[in-house]
Ligand binder design. Structure first.
Ligand SMILES: NC(=O)c1ccc[n+]([C@@H]2O[C@H](COP(=O)([O-])OP(=O)(O)OC[C@H]3O[C@@H](n4cnc5c(N)ncnc54)[C@H](O)[C@@H]3O)[C@@H](O)[C@H]2O)c1
Length: 336
């Protein structure tokens, strides 16, 4: 018999916040780039491209004694047709030593926080600390997570402009965010005017499922930093690949970003070499350099790693045990 702890979205959000997950994600990057944690190949399928897809990401953390996977599905039409979120799934956490399950969590709030935290770590590590302005393209779940992450780490951030292919969606998010972040001026811009806003912005975040680049080469100002979040499977891309050739490119996992991330197109076109991409964990561990000058354009390509989910789950389970939160299911086993 083993005991399985199950946490739903409300319980997870009561136990942890963005402030807890940012150091967890930083740790996941460090461990991955020092070989103390690893990833298994990602499985994904687009059942109906642009409408329904799923992926399974798995990994292990030796010192934390955990391994596991996240299975997550997305149906674009679920909010409108079923009144439920587009994303849903489960994270399964196992003990390496005991080889028994530890717990199960609803995956979408973990994805929200750990991806917002990825953007936060990217900006904190690579953007100019004096950055005052940001443009976020994509006013969905990740637009909100990315904004939350940036506000935690960019202490000089004063202005954020939100864009979406649907201008009303950008307006809605900007209105919500204006009251949520009173110290920052959050406005929505017209998608048709994106270029002029990007040209004057210190930070750019792209977080849409686009398969067509909408950020042009030469749009970024000197010293700008980009968090490229949306491209996480082959075929997706938000930024002209030529732009990556003139930027310093960083990624969560070199092999993942060169095959599935924003960098995939620049690598396939021979504009950059996969080996030239620096892992952010290498910068955090001090084995490679990050930004080298205030004029440099830095780009952090985040494809998402199971390790971010697993470390976030570990933090939540540890707190849940102390506070006795969640449902404990006793699973009987049989010696066959
Ligand atoms: N890198 C990671 O770890 C990670 C984690 C989670 C999600 N993602 C990816 O981020 C993307 C966004 O996810 P989400 O959960 O926020 O989705 P969402 O559906 O909640 O929001 C996406 C938003 O982008 C807008 N949009 C779509 N195409 C656009 C375009 N071409 N130009 C401008 N706006 C456009 C949509 O109108 C929508 O408002 C997806 O590709 C998702 O797979 C990546």
């Amino acid at each position: 018999m083993y005991e399985l702890r199950i946490l739903d979205a409300v319980q997870f959000n009561e136990l942890v916040s963005m402030d807890d997950i940012i150091p967890g994600v930083e740790e996941a990057y460090r461990l991955y780039s020092s070989g103390k944690a690893g990833l298994f190949p990602i499985l994904n399928r687009e059942f109906d491209p642009g409408r329904i897809d799923m992926d399974i990401k798995a990994g292990y953390l030796d010192d934390a004694d955990i391994y596991g996977l996240k299975i997550i599905g997305w149906n674009r039409d679920n909010p409108a047709l079923l009144g439920v979120p587009a994303l849903a799934g489960l994270i399964v956490v196992m003990s390496i030593e005991r080889q028994q399950p530890i717990g199960l969590l609803e995956a979408s709030p973990v994805t929200f926080l750990r991806t917002g935290a990825a953007g936060a770590v990217g900006a904190k590590t690579l953007a100019r600390p004096a950055s005052e302005s940001a443009v976020i393209v994509g006013a969905g779940s990740q637009g909100r997570a990315q904004l939350m992450g940036l506000t935690k780490v960019m202490k000089n951030l004063k202005r954020v402009s939100i864009f979406d292919m649907t201008d009303n969606t950008a307006n809605k998010m900007a209105m919500e965010a204006a009251s949520q972040y009173p110290g920052i001026t959050v406005t929505a811009g017209l998608f048709a005017e994106l270029e002029e806003h990007v040209r004057s912005s210190d930070i750019l975040v792209t977080c849409t499922p686009s398969k067509q680049a909408f950020i042009g080469n030469g749009w970024l100002k000197r010293g700008a930093h980009v968090n490229a979040i949306g491209a996480d499977i082959p075929g997706k891309g938000e930024i002209d690949p030529e732009l990556l050739a003139s930027a310093s490119v960083f990624g969560d996992s070199r092999s993942q970003v060169s095959q599935k991330g924003e960098s995939q197109h620049a690598v396939a076109l021979g504009l950059i070499a996969a080996e030239s991409i620096t892992e952010i964990g290498e910068v955090l561990n001090g084995t490679k350099r990050g930004r080298m000058s205030d004029d440099e354009i830095t780009l952090f390509d985040a494809t998402g790693m199971a390790l971010q989910d697993l470390l976030s789950a570990k933090i939540a389970f540890a707190r849940a045990e102390v506070r006795r939160v969640g449902t404990i299911v006793k699973i009987e086993q049989e010696n066959l």
